[in-house]
Write a protein that binds this ligand. Sequence first.
Ligand code: HEM
Length: 74
Amino acid sequence: MLFGMRVTLQHLISTGLLALAVLALQMLVGKRVIRFKGRTHQKVHRRLAYALTALAVAHGFLALVVAYQWTIGG
Ligand code: HEM
């Protein structure tokens, strides 16, 4: 339970799949299959890296909440 909301397997699956999709996009940008002009390219790669890291942390944290049946925030 997270602030009164039950964390379900659906949350784990959706954050996991979203993280996987961003990772695939990051690989395509990293390999320059998808290109952006000039410094924009680096900026997109960096912002995707922040997004992916945040998603991975959220996914892992939600997994711990489900696995150990934590109750946080009532
Ligand atoms: C197949 C996967 C990847 C390839 C081929 C790749 C390639 C590259 C390349 C060539 C650079 C040099 C700078 C540039 O061209 O923009 C770079 C920078 C960087 N990459 Fe990746 N990358 C990949 C995946 C990732 C992932 C998964 C992350 C993190 C989640 C990541 C985070 C970064 C960051 C933070 C930089 C520094 C960018 C900056 O400060 O502007 N990359 N990557």
